[in-house]
Design a protein around this ligand. Structure first.
Ligand SMILES: Cc1cc2nc3c(=O)[nH]c(=O)nc-3n(C[C@H](O)[C@H](O)[C@H](O)COP(=O)(O)OP(=O)(O)OC[C@H]3O[C@@H](n4cnc5c(N)ncnc54)[C@H](O)[C@@H]3O)c2cc1C
Length: 401
């Protein structure tokens, strides 16, 4: 039996504890669980519930509100462990929002929101799983959003359309980003955008929200929606932070999130490589193991090296975040996300090739890894946009977008 070596990165006592605890929870969900949920387009509710019950959805919430008070250094361990357990990038993404979407509430929410909402999330009783940012006419260029929020007394009235809003069917709250100034009034592209907490039950009761699930070929554990808002009324007290400043709140958490996405890709790459090495060790063709062929070994060795190196970068960046300036962290975090998404894709592709025909049989899981790794190159930020950032900030080249 082939054993792949990964443990070269020293972990702190707290990181080890997280790895152990998350490993224990993930151990209750086998490959069949992930395979069947993905096949049936079904949200992994049992997995999410177990994480929530054990307080993991409140990992980033400060202890004073009942949360874990953790930071990116701990989160990269958690998410790598989840993806690496067999859940892959798809499994990690299914619960990623439940942890990360509440971050602006922690950092910019008013006291009422913090006191009413955060303890419920930390206790696993409510979730903020969805972020509505992308629109049909505003994907990578997110400052081009057209959805509007107009103040009317002690409410805002929201009109517009979002696309790709994920997990809207399983969340209690949606974090919605909308224009509170027209582009003409805004002093710059990032000005005049605000963030709102939308209670989905209340929104549905108003009949002001229409949702349509997008049929897709990957990340099938979570559903993504086209959603229309028609005169949706949101209490003004559900504005997050200052009016017109919402875009900056999105930017605040971006570097941390890039690193966490990278760690999900690393876990994903690890499990793909492990499965491939295992199969290469067992499968015999021409009276010998296929793993004796360098054509099988080398792609896996390359994917392994890329994964290992990227993991070092991710963990080191997570550890150095507080001592570097924002731009330095941005360069490292964008580089991490880019390299990790490539590593996940390269590993999954090599795993499919190693499995030959069984590479596309659902039973062997690597086809699921392959489909889902493809998305890591597109969302939540495309590889091209990370390259744009690094070209401008690290190479000092003119801004290209
Ligand atoms: C499964 C899935 C789940 C998602 N979940 C959510 C969610 O929950 N909430 C949410 O708000 N959004 C979500 N998204 C949207 C996601 O963030 C966007 O798909 C992503 O940001 C890319 O935007 P786009 O699809 O509009 O592509 P576009 O912006 O149209 O880009 C198309 C292509 O052109 C390239 N391109 C564009 N401009 C440039 C440039 N200047 N230089 C180089 N290349 C460029 C892009 O890299 C890309 O390859 C999700 C997407 C997917 C696929």
């Amino acid at each position: 039996m082939s054993t792949v070596s990964w443990d070269f990165t020293p972990l702190s006592a707290e990181q080890e504890l997280i790895q152990r605890e998350i490993g224990r929870i993930c151990g209750e969900f086998d490959d069949e669980y992930w395979r069947e949920h993905e096949r049936d387009n079904e949200y992994p509710q049992e997995f999410a519930d177990l994480l929530a019950e054990n307080g993991w959805f409140g990992a980033l919430i400060p202890e004073e509100y009942g949360g874990g008070g953790m930071s990116t250094e701990e989160m990269v361990v958690m998410m790598e462990e989840i993806a690496g357990s067999g859940a892959g990038f798809g499994g990690a993404q299914a619960i990623h929002g439940a942890i990360y979407t509440s971050r602006p509430l922690v950092e910019h929410g008013n006291e009422r929101i913090k006191e009413e909402i955060l303890p419920g999330i930390a206790a696993g009783e409510a979730t903020v799983q969805s972020l509505g940012l992308t629109e049909p006419n505003a994907g990578s260029e997110s400052t081009a959003i057209e959805t509007t929020a107009e103040r009317d007394g002690d409410e805002y009235v929201i009109n517009g359309q979002k696309i790709w809003t994920s997990r809207l069917d399983v969340t209690d709250y949606l974090l919605l980003v909308a224009r509170t100034k027209s582009p003409d009034e805004a002093t710059k592209k990032t000005d005049g955008i605000s963030m709102f907490l939308v209670d989905m039950e209340m929104a549905k009761a108003q009949g002001a929200v229409e949702m349509k699930s997008i049929s897709k070929t990957a990340l099938n554990l979570s559903h993504s929606f086209e959603v229309w808002f028609d005169e949706l009324r949101v209490p003004a007290e559900n504005l997050i932070g200052e009016e017109h400043e919402g875009f900056y709140y999105l930017l605040d958490g971006l570097n941390d999130e890039r690193l966490v996405i990278a760690s999900e890709c690393i876990g994903h790459a690890k499990v793909a490589i492990e499965r491939a090495a295992q199969y290469a060790d067992e499968r015999e063709v021409f009276d010998r193991q296929i793993g004796k062929n360098q054509a099988i070994q080398h792609p896996l060795a390359k994917a392994y090296m890329r994964t290992l190196a990227t993991k070092q970068l991710v963990y080191e960046t997570a550890a150095l975040m507080d001592s570097l300036d924002r731009q330095q962290v941005g360069i490292l975090a964008n580089s991490s996300k880019y390299l990790a998404a490539e590593a996940a894709y390269e590993a999954s592709d090599a795993a499919v090739q190693t499995h030959g025909g069984f590479g596309v049989a659902r039973e062997y899981d690597v086809e699921r890894y392959f489909r889902n790794a493809r998305i890591a190159r597109i969302a939540p930020i495309s590889q091209e946009l990370t390259l744009n950032y690094v070209s401008e900030k690290a190479l000092d080249l003119p801004r290209s977008f």
